[in-house]
Design a protein around this ligand. Structure first.
Ligand SMILES: Cc1cc2nc3c(=O)[nH]c(=O)nc-3n(C[C@H](O)[C@H](O)[C@H](O)COP(=O)(O)OP(=O)(O)OC[C@H]3O[C@@H](n4cnc5c(N)ncnc54)[C@H](O)[C@@H]3O)c2cc1C
Length: 491
């Protein structure tokens, strides 16, 4: 909206609120130009450069409700921020009131009920560290600074999901402020339809102010095995991955990545540095002594140019790639789900990965099992879980693919974004949905229908019921209200 303006002009253009917000709420409000504003308006993706008109720093749910009521009474648009980690940056918008949950970071472990009660500003690291002393965990995101709120409301997957399921499968209750300003506790008994919608399309329905999850007992240590292979092996390794990945035991997660080996990875023989490589990684939970036999099939082909093996506690694994995915870098990503991986798709993926116009932005000489890379594939399971109990999209498919462009300097952007779009178009014939939490662009209603498929009309009907004026217009996918004639119209 303000792209052609200077920084100062953007600041001034943002400062256009009616008076009274700071007296309407019982917590701090930060306005453009005030101390803290520049830090607080930023999100993880440095490509996002939005200037909110005010930032409300909620300390409790009633602050969120008061801010919302003030915004609707004054017809001021609002956005909501949990961890601020989303690629699309929909948590912050020019000229809007940013309702920031960042100070509400409490985690309570209820051992008697086997529940985790989690504040809406928490990052996954907060949850993992609170759970670790009890040898318990929640299946969720793999980078510790990712926010709980946005991830959960979109579905949520992580290293433990193959064994246990998506994050929303562990969600028992959400406290939420809906568009009418009412604070509700929503679960399978109380407003079950809204609860269903919150588990996958939840960014569109309110301000979540608390999450209650069931937890799981940790299934032992995590053993991470990584091998890098030269470019010539890529086709064969991808074909083997296609056959083996989905059929691996539940406790073995499998990941394959295509990228150019950084010049400074001195552990890799010199002749392969700067050249395309393929990495295969497995994450296996349980007794490390059992790991070699379990993961062996994934590494049976070819001669690796680098290998590593490490066993570690789950909480260490969850923090192990934080630096690779550090703050301050710009990104444009797209998630694509696939039902099948035919040879033609494999060839197309290799061709487009090789054409990646970016640089390797890995943080250090340490070879991590996860890196920012142009293309990543994750194998799901042979029997995907039933996701009718939630509104998730794109996480049920056999294969998940992430196309990712990352850069430091703005003049690198156009070429990289164009590359993601070309790649996405080339593999479109095989696309079987997308996971909205991994998309860099907010979708319009037409693509919302595409993303949510058969679930879309029910979501639109619930949107009409709970947010008819579209107060929460900054969800990751725009929802129209139920189209006339649909099964859900008028419900
Ligand atoms: C490096 C990286 C790693 C990731 N790893 C994983 C992973 O392992 N698994 C996975 O499933 N996803 C992963 N993601 C995607 C992640 O799920 C999304 O980025 C998610 O949106 C982050 O949540 P957040 O609270 O930080 O987002 P925010 O940017 O704060 O918000 C995202 C959206 O949710 C809305 N929102 C935020 N808080 C609330 C709230 N309290 N109430 C209502 N709406 C709210 C915002 O308005 C916005 O539309 C990863 C992303 C990155 C960048």
């Amino acid at each position: 909206m303000h792209d052609h303006l200077t920084h100062k002009e953007k600041l001034m253009a943002s400062a256009t609120l009616p008076a009274g917000l700071e007296t309407a709420v019982d917590c701090d409000v930060v306005f453009p130009g005030q101390p803290g504003y520049e830090t607080l308006r930023r999100v993880w993706n440095a490509d996002i450069d939005h200037f909110p008109a005010a930032i409300v720093r909620c300390r409790q749910s009633r602050d969120a409700a008061a801010a919302l009521r003030w915004c609707t009474a004054n017809k001021v648009p609002l956005t909501v921020r949990g961890g601020g980690h989303n690629l699309a940056g929909t948590a912050v918008a020019d000229g809007s009131v940013l309702i920031d949950m960042g100070l509400m970071r409490e985690v309570t472990v209820d051992r008697a009920k086997r529940r985790l009660i989690v504040g809406p500003g928490c990052r996954w690291g907060d949850v993992d560290r609170a759970a670790e002393p009890y040898d318990i965990a929640l299946p969720a995101g793999v980078v510790s600074h990712t926010g709980v709120a946005g991830l959960t409301l979109g579905g949520g997957v992580g290293y433990l999901s193959r064994m246990f399921g998506a994050t929303v499968e562990f969600l028992e209750e959400v406290e939420i402020v809906t568009a009418d300003g009412v604070v509700r506790r929503v679960n399978t008994q109380s407003e079950p339809d809204l609860f269903w919608a919150l588990k996958g399309a939840g960014h569109n329905f309110g301000i979540a102010t608390q999450f209650v999850f069931r937890y799981v007992d940790l299934p032992g240590l995590a053993t991470v095995r990584l091998a890098l292979y030269p470019a010539d092996d890529r086709r064969e390794i991808l074909r083997r991955f296609r056959e083996l990945g989905p059929a691996m035991p539940d406790r073995v997660g499998t990941y394959v990545r295509l990228y150019r080996c950084p010049e400074y990875w001195s552990q890799v023989p010199r002749e392969h540095r700067g050249k395309p490589v393929i990495s295969v990684a497995t994450v296996t939970y349980g007794d490390p002594a059992e790991e070699p036999a379990l993961s062996a099939p994934m590494f049976a082909h070819g001669t690796p140019i680098y290998q590593s093996l490490r066993s570690m506690p789950h909480v260490t694994l969850q923090h192990s790639t934080d630096d690779e995915f550090r703050y301050g870098i710009s990104h444009y990503w797209r998630h694509v789900a696939f039902r099948e991986l035919p040879d033609e798709l494999i060839d197309t993926a290799i061709e487009h990965s090789d054409a990646y116009p970016g640089r390797s932005l890995n943080s250090s000489a340490h070879i991590a099992h996860q890196v920012m890379c142009p293309f990543e594939l994750i194998a799901g399971k042979l029997t995907p879980r039933n996701h009718q109990n939630d509104s998730t999209s794109g996480i049920h498919s056999r294969w998940g693919g992430n196309i990712g462009a990352d850069w430091e300097y703005p003049d690198e952007r156009p070429e990289l974004v164009a590359w993601v779009k070309r790649f996405t178009a080339a593999i479109a014939p095989w696309e079987n949905g997308t996971y909205i939490n991994f998309t860099s662009e907010q979708k319009d209603a037409a693509s919302g229908r595409q993303v949510y498929g058969a679930k879309y009309d029910r979501l639109a009907a619930l949107k009409a019921k709970y947010d008819p004026a579209n107060v929460f217009a900054h969800g990751l996918v725009a929802l129209e209200t139920a189209p006339a004639g649909s099964e859900w119209a008028g419900k």
